[in-house]
Design a protein around this ligand. Structure first.
Ligand code: AKB
Length: 327
């Protein structure tokens, strides 16, 4: 998401006057670097690096996209906690310090996830259908626990930070967050997530490789395309604060089963070889995530509206772009 966001922000930087400073754990590629005023190779857990940023720049807005996802996090839960929670605290603190130093609020945009939900079993998931922002908040994964904590930390830093300090600055941060579904990009195959079966299936088919899907054909969670996810982030970031009735928003686009996905992949790539070989542990994670989300507040408050159905996502974005990518 970071790379897509950089190109969108960079493309309009001349008109918005935004100067972009990017941090990544790896060197950014040449294209992404071109959009940035400065880039740093480093880790958000490195307080020294964040102190350097604070002394070098006047920061007005932070898009915090760094995270260890749900599958990877189950192999190294404490590392996931360090990156996903301690890293988040470091950036929130940086935002609050910047607000204090320059006397104005810093906007903080935090992509959260459907992983914050934890439905206890499949029968409850099926009966629940579309889930709203306050239901079933008992995540099963370290990543989900961390994202939920990130949402609470954002609320704390925005409204209650240093509650008892005499020299306290009121509401230093304008914290806004979206709970994203699985995201599918035509450019990159994700790694470390549990919604990865969707993008993996189509990328494997387009590159002529067989694919063994690690969940059952009837598994159902919401998805959206990467351009829609970036649109949503920018729309929420640009919305007037007076129109926002909450800090955390669900967004939804389409909710296919893994079989629905496979049908469209086979239609687009008739020689594709897709089988279903469920991995019980990863299956249990997907079974704990909702089938779909109530996103009425996002639609009402900041005009969220998905650009695609599953069919148009395949016809107008995924298939043509992925074909071109592997051609
Ligand atoms: C994951 O699968 O962990 C992520 C997510 C749903 O946030 N893609």
């Amino acid at each position: 998401m970071g790379h897509g966001l950089l190109s969108r922000l960079g493309a309009v930087a001349n008109t918005t006057g935004r100067q972009i400073v990017a941090i990544d754990v790896r060197e950014l590629d040449e294209t992404s670097r071109r959009y940035c005023h400065h880039t740093f190779v480093g880790d958000i857990c490195d307080r020294g690096l964040l102190d350097r940023l604070q002394s070098q720049f006047e920061i007005t807005e932070i898009f915090h996209l760094a995270a260890l996802l749900s599958t990877r996090g189950e192999f190294v839960p404490e590392t996931a906690h360090a990156v996903n929670v301690v890293g988040t605290v470091n950036l929130l603190r940086l935002a609050a310090e910047e607000a204090r130093a320059h006397g104005r609020r810093v906007k903080f945009i935090f992509p959260s996830s459907i992983a914050v939900y934890g439905l206890p079993d499949l029968a409850t998931k099926r009966a629940a259908g579309r889930v709203n922002e306050s239901q079933f908040l008992e995540p099963h994964t370290m990543y989900g626990v961390n994202k939920l904590e990130g949402e609470h930390l954002g609320r704390y830093y925005a409204r209650h930070y240093r509650l008892l300090a005499k020299d306290r600055l009121e509401r230093p941060i304008d914290f806004r967050s979206i709970r994203f579904p699985g995201i599918i990009s035509s450019d990159t195959v994700p790694s470390g997530g549990t919604s990865d079966y969707g993008p993996e299936m189509i990328h494997a088919a387009a590159s002529g490789k067989p694919y063994a899907c690690f969940v059952r054909p009837d598994s159902k969670i919401p998805f959206m395309t990467m351009p829609e996810a970036i649109d949503a982030l920018l729309k929420l970031a640009d919305a007037p604060e007076s129109s926002l009735s909450r800090q955390i928003y669900n967004v939804s686009a389409f909710s296919p089963s893994a079989e629905d996905f496979a049908v469209l992949v086979r239609k687009a790539f008739p020689t594709s070889e897709i089988s279903f070989v469920p991995d019980l542990a990863r299956q249990s994670i997907v079974d704990s995530w909702p089938e779909d989300l109530v996103d009425d507040a996002a639609r009402r408050d900041w005009g969220w509206s998905p650009s695609h159905t599953l069919q148009t996502a395949f016809d107008h974005y995924l298939v043509p772009k992925i074909r071109a990518h592997y051609a």
